[in-house]
Design a protein around this ligand. Structure first.
Ligand code: PTJ
Length: 245
């Protein structure tokens, strides 16, 4: 870890960089994850590094969808494993939903290191991709899934994705909830619900919202009123107005 003084105006941002760098050094995060993180930082700057109302609304809808789902699954890649391991586990515990390792960049042993990292952080069970169970409509390493996890899920929570699998999951009739700071990304556009916020802020907020346990009828109403296209438009308008807008 670099020696960043707490008084530094960019302390939080620099701490997150340290977590990603540490993830790479420990073989959890792909080296490509550094680029993805930088991309995220740029968009985070444009939303004032704060949770905006379009993200809060999407979090409410995500909580409603997860609460109404029969078999939700939380997909974990190398970036989120490094940034928010404990929050992913908490979400899994609240929902009684499994965590499943699913990565894009195939580096030898990384899936197992992510699994071990989650177990070390307190996860009880972590599902691993199986060579015998494949998603349709996708050719990358992300096609390998666990038969009792993503393959069977009705709702998949997929923070920080690169688009291909989100599209495949939607084609297979599954709902996808993503967290993506870029409202223009393919994933953001294709997901059922897109939380345009930093995953380090979005996940605690999602857990907090779920713990308030809205009733099933309230959740139904939230879902009926939610429109992901509107949310993405609001995010784009916020960005184009400038950070003070
Ligand atoms: O571990 P792997 O192999 O599965 O790889 C994971 C990454 C994230 C490297 C891979 O999925 C990838 O290359 O993703 P992309 O295509 O760079 O997309 C990542 C998206 O997440 C981009 O739109 C970023 O703006 C966004 N992003 C990056 N950091 C954050 C973020 N969104 C929310 N919170 C962040 N901290």
């Amino acid at each position: 870890m670099s020696d960043v003084p707490k008084s530094h105006p960019r302390y939080l941002s620099l701490t997150l960089r340290d977590r990603i760098v540490e993830g790479v050094e420990n073989g959890i995060t792909s080296i490509h994850g550094l680029i993805a993180h930088g991309r995220g930082e740029a968009f985070d700057y444009l939303i004032s590094e704060q949770t905006q109302s379009f993200a809060t609304d999407a979090v409410c809808a995500a909580a409603a969808m997860l609460q109404l789902s029969n078999h939700p699954v939380i997909s974990v890649n190398g970036n989120v494993a490094a940034l928010v391991p404990k929050e992913l586990i908490e979400l899994g515990n609240i929902l009684n939903a499994p965590l499943e390792v699913n990565i894009f960049h195939t580096e030898s042993g990384r899936e197992e290191k992510i699994r071990q990292h989650l177990l070390n952080n307190g996860a009880n069970e972590v599902l691993m991709p199986s060579i015998d169970t494949q998603l349709q409509y996708i050719d990358s390493n992300r096609k390998y899934v666990h038969p009792e996890g993503i393959y069977k899920a009705d709702v998949v929570f997929v923070p920080l994705e690169d688009g291909d699998r989100c599209e495949a999951l939607r084609k297979m009739g599954k709902e996808v909830i993503t967290v993506d700071l870029n409202p223009m990304s393919r994933t953001a556009k294709q997901a059922s619900i897109t939380i345009v916020d930093n995953v380090v802020r979005a996940l605690p907020l999602l857990c907090e919202t779920l713990q308030k346990s809205p009733s099933a009828s309230d959740s139904q109403q939230i879902m009926t009123q939610y429109c992901n296209e509107d949310i993405l438009q609001q995010a784009l308008q916020h960005i184009s107005r400038g950070t003070d807008g």
